[in-house]
Design a protein around this ligand. Structure first.
Ligand SMILES: CC(C)(COP(=O)(O)OP(=O)(O)OC[C@H]1O[C@@H](n2cnc3c(N)ncnc32)[C@H](O)[C@@H]1OP(=O)(O)O)[C@@H](O)C(=O)NCCC(=O)NCCS
Length: 123
């Protein structure tokens, strides 16, 4: 989970070019175990930029390096908020989406944000 946060933060930072802080991590399902000796591969991408926050998706794979077999372990969605010099949220650059896959991620990130906002209002 720490590695997911680090990979996500690097991706958010590369988009925002600002200090970012983790605001939330959506739930995590572990689909396949990571065995001792496996390599862990993390792929992170910004799915959508909102006002001062971005949603980053992190996919985690375990790789049996001897056999060369890679298995999907989990996908996590994290929200990072960009901060200014005094630690206050600051607007992030827009995300330009071009491919159909990027547009799908963008749309789905909006749906997840609506659910998050609803959940935050309830709590
Ligand atoms: C995240 C944090 C900076 C938000 O500050 P805030 O004063 O509540 O700011 P705002 O209410 O103006 O919200 C700023 C943005 O954060 C988002 N946000 C705040 N809390 C959130 C949450 N729990 N989940 C997702 N997004 C959240 C808001 O939606 C908003 O995004 P937007 O501008 O793109 O619409 C603040 O709550 C904080 O510092 N939290 C501690 C973070 C931390 O310590 N992380 C390390 C964990 S190990």
């Amino acid at each position: 989970m720490h590695m997911i946060d680090i990979a996500g933060a690097i991706s958010a930072y590369r988009h925002c070019r600002r200090q970012v802080v983790t605001a939330s991590v959506d739930h995590l399902d572990f689909l396949n175990p990571v065995q001792v000796g496996d390599l862990i591969v993390l792929e992170a991408q910004v799915n959508r930029a909102f006002h001062t926050s971005v949603e980053v998706g992190v996919e985690v794979f375990s790789e049996d390096s001897a056999a060369g077999v890679r298995k999907h372990t989990t996908t996590a969605f994290l929200t990072f908020v960009a901060l200014n010099e005094i630690g206050k949220p600051i607007p992030v650059p827009p995300l330009i989406v071009k491919t159909s896959d990027e547009r799908r991620r963008y749309r789905e990130a909006g749906e997840r944000r609506n659910l998050r906002l609803k959940a935050r209002k309830k709590s």
